[in-house]
Design a protein around this ligand. Structure first.
Ligand code: HSE
Length: 309
């Protein structure tokens, strides 16, 4: 048996100014998976630890993603078994389904001798996102597979870019222990926006990407603004505005909803500030009576990585 054990990272999508197109990869939060090639053909989910998720291949995001990869290869003989050790809670807004689908296709591609590039794997992993949320967005699976910050320049045809990551950028994420389904969170968004809002948002998206490349932390901070989705979604997240105010008051460059929520992300320059921000937002959340986790992480420039081969 040919097998690999992987770390598949959590990710923060949207990053305020890039709804459905921007994302980045965390370093110390993620799932573990064991992917094996076996003699019996077909794709099977053989173990799920840490979450109550479907074991049937066609209902499991990792299962459908691997099937999409094998279909593209025209491979009807390979057998794949997937074990998933979930550490990222479903509905947390830090790319739980993306970690499973990205890790599964990365592992199979590795064991098959890399028939596809990591960029090509994005399309297969998106099939998992489609199953999970009804929408095949790539802004979590792309950073999970490529690492760092990624931009979906186009969905049709798919064109994914890996962006530069400034060394001192740190992420602080608070995850309130309530579940917000991506499908519900997408249903509160309006399908049309005004030209005025579009101008505001694409100015920020350009500014953010320029800030990454020039390592201009102030520019990154003032570009972290969302005039389209955050006003509609933030009502689903208890104390969103108080958390944001506290983070900015303690030196965060910016703060917004992580993916479809309920997690809230903040970016800071340097670990000391990221820790101060964590303390400040912890203090806010302690008043809510809700359980929550806080993660402090540098940006993972590698994406999925091997723990043991
Ligand atoms: N861009 C997606 C959304 C990410 O915000 O709905 C979901 O994690």
């Amino acid at each position: 048996m040919n097998s690999v054990k992987l770390f598949s990272p959590a990710t923060v999508a949207n990053l305020s100014c890039g709804f459905d197109v921007l994302g980045c990869c965390l370093d110390n939060v993620g799932d573990e998976m064991i992917i094996s090639l076996v003699a019996e053909k077909g794709v099977r989910i053989t173990k799920i630890d840490g979450a109550d998720l479907p074991m049937e291949t066609h209902k499991n995001v990792a299962g459908v993603a691997v099937e999409a990869l094998l279909d593209q290869l025209g491979d009807e003989t390979t057998g794949v078994e997937v074990e998933i050790y979930k550490k990222i809670k479903a509905g947390s807004g830090i790319g739980s389904s993306a970690a499973s689908s990205a890790g599964a296709v990365w592992g199979v591609n590795h064991l098959l001798g890399y028939p596809f590039s990591n960029k090509q794997l994005v399309a297969f992993a998106m099939e998992g996102e489609k199953l999970a949320s009804g929408n095949a967005h790539a802004d979590n699976v792309a950073p999970a597979l490529l690492g760092g910050f990624t931009l979906v320049r186009s969905y049709t045809p798919l064109d994914i870019l890996k962006l530069h990551t400034p060394d001192d950028l740190m992420m602080t994420v608070i995850h309130p222990q309530i579940e917000v389904k991506t499908s519900d969170s997408r249903s509160v968004i309006k399908p049309n926006i005004t030209l005025k809002k579009a101008i505001h948002q694409w100015g920020n998206l350009g500014g953010f990407i320029s800030g990454l490349y020039t390592e201009d932390y102030d520019l990154i901070g003032r570009s972290l603004e969302d005039v389209i989705v955050e006003p509609l979604r933030s009502i689903l997240i208890p104390e969103f505005q108080r958390v944001k105010n506290a983070a900015l008051a303690h030196g965060a460059l910016g703060c917004g909803i992580s993916g479809s929520g309920p997690s809230i992300f903040t970016l800071s320059k340097g670990e000391a500030t990221a820790r101060n921000v964590a303390d400040a937002i912890r203090e806010v959340y302690q008043t809510t009576g809700l359980d929550f986790d806080i993660h402090i992480s540098k940006i993972n420039s590698e994406g999925v990585r091997i723990i043991r081969s």
